[in-house]
Design a protein around this ligand. Structure first.
Ligand code: PLP
Length: 405
């Protein structure tokens, strides 16, 4: 299954400029259709939802269509979709909505490979006597060992929090196996899927995650985010909105202050786009098209990742931080490395001159960088590609990196 890259790139106006964008794990470029939908919402249906007059009915319907689109995208029911401003906010809200059920002595397992968005909100419960246990990765391979997780579980474990793909390592974690371990111990699973969602089809049913969150601005859309929660789990959460919202008001009790309507409507463009890619690859409608679209995306990403990996593996000074395989099941196309004692900042600034946007630092996954001595090189160099990047662009990156390493 191959992508029609001319078609793909034509959908993103920013790609017609002179810059190559390889900081996509920071945020992808946006589809023209998404921008048009945001504008259309604001210019034609910008009224408060929930009233009886006609424009408000249209606006209400548009927001509920966004829940249907995200449900298709993640393989769940629209009633299991909560929307919000960002993943950081949604996890923070989720954490707040669990306050009533977490009791002193209860335990939460966090990893040191996660972005702080799936760490900080949970640490806040420590002040109320909730114990945090750390699931740490191997210091050499950066792998999370499932046996270590089993060893951390006990009868007080209420929640396991983990990232689906690390935004530094690119490593894909075995979420279904982690879910099985968490559930066998009576705990729930909260997955940060921000670094995974632009790259692979999401099937929350198959993964059996209880809560699963990602940001749409990394998936070709606007600054908006989505959380799946199993229906009965969402119903059981505390109300974090006004006092007159009762527990049954899902998703509204978890969306205090309302969501951004134009971004909700705009985001549908991103789901439509992946479906369109799937249809172009010969699939039908809906889920099948989403899966086929992502299969084509994954293959394109594997090809460009392998070209970059090949170069990095050939350089003696370079250490790839994470898996050096580019296999579709192993990693996404986010690749980080260091070069001996060299400053990552200097390497990235040299590449800036070639009008290629990459990045250095800790990417708010600060714990993994600090605990593994990576601060002395100003963090890692991260090249985060997505399907619209081309082999030609990778070759230009390699040409820019070569003299800098
Ligand atoms: C893995 C991961 N999780 C969470 C976030 C935070 O997302 P947001 O900016 O939507 O809060 C990011 C942002 O870079 C991320 O890469």
């Amino acid at each position: 299954m191959t992508l029609d890259l001319d078609f793909v790139r034509a959908q993103f106006p920013a790609l017609q400029g002179e810059w190559t964008f390889m900081d996509n794990a920071g945020g992808s470029q946006v589809l023209r259709t998404v921008a048009e939908r945001v504008s259309d919402y604001l210019l034609t249906t910008n009224v408060q939802t929930g009233a009886s007059y006609e424009p408000s009915r249209v606006s209400t319907a548009r927001v509920s269509q966004s829940r249907e689109a995200f449900a298709r995208f993640m393989n769940c029911d629209p009633g299991e979709i909560v929307e919000g401003a960002s993943t950081t906010i949604l996890i923070r809200f989720l954490s707040e909505a669990m306050t009533g059920r977490l009791e002193p002595g209860d335990e939460i397992i966090l990893t040191n490979t996660d972005h702080e968005a799936n760490i900080g909100p949970w640490l806040r419960h420590e002040a109320r006597g909730i114990k945090i246990r750390w699931w740490r990765c191997d210091p050499e391979t950066y792998e999370l060992d499932l046996e270590d997780l089993k060893g951390l579980m006990n009868e007080r474990t209420k929640l396991v929090c983990v990232t689906h793909a690390s935004n530094i390592l690119g490593t894909i974690n075995p979420i279904r196996e982690i879910a099985d371990i968490a559930h066998a111990g009576g705990a729930e699973l909260c997955v940060d899927a921000v670094a995974y969602a632009p790259h692979r089809a999401i099937d929350v049913k198959a993964l059996d995650a209880d809560y699963y969150i990602f940001s749409v601005y990394k998936v070709f859309g606007p600054h908006h985010a989505v959380m799946f929660g199993k229906r009965e789990k969402l119903l059981a959460l505390d109300n974090i909105y006004h006092y007159f919202f009762d527990k049954s008001r899902v998703p509204h009790k978890l969306e205090p202050g309302n969501i951004n309507y134009e971004c909700a409507w705009g985001s549908i463009g991103a789901v439509d786009y992946v479906e369109d890619l799937g249809r172009r690859a010969g699939a039908g409608e809906g889920r099948g098209a989403i899966e086929a679209g992502f299969a084509a995306i994954a293959e394109q990403e594997r090809v460009i990742t392998e070209r970059l990996m090949d170069f990095l593996r050939s350089r003696n000074s370079v250490r790839i931080i994470g898996r050096s395989s580019s296999a579709i099941e192993d990693r996404v196309s986010t690749v980080s490395f260091t070069a001996g004692e060299q400053s990552s900042r200097e390497i990235v600034e040299a590449v800036d001159k070639a009008r290629i946007g990459i990045r250095y630092g800790d990417f708010y996954a600060k714990r993994i960088v600090e605990e593994h001595g990576l601060t002395k090189t100003d963090g890692v160099v991260r090249v985060s590609m997505i399907h619209y990047n081309t082999l030609d662009e990778v070759d230009r990156l390699i040409a820019a990196l070569e003299p800098a390493l």
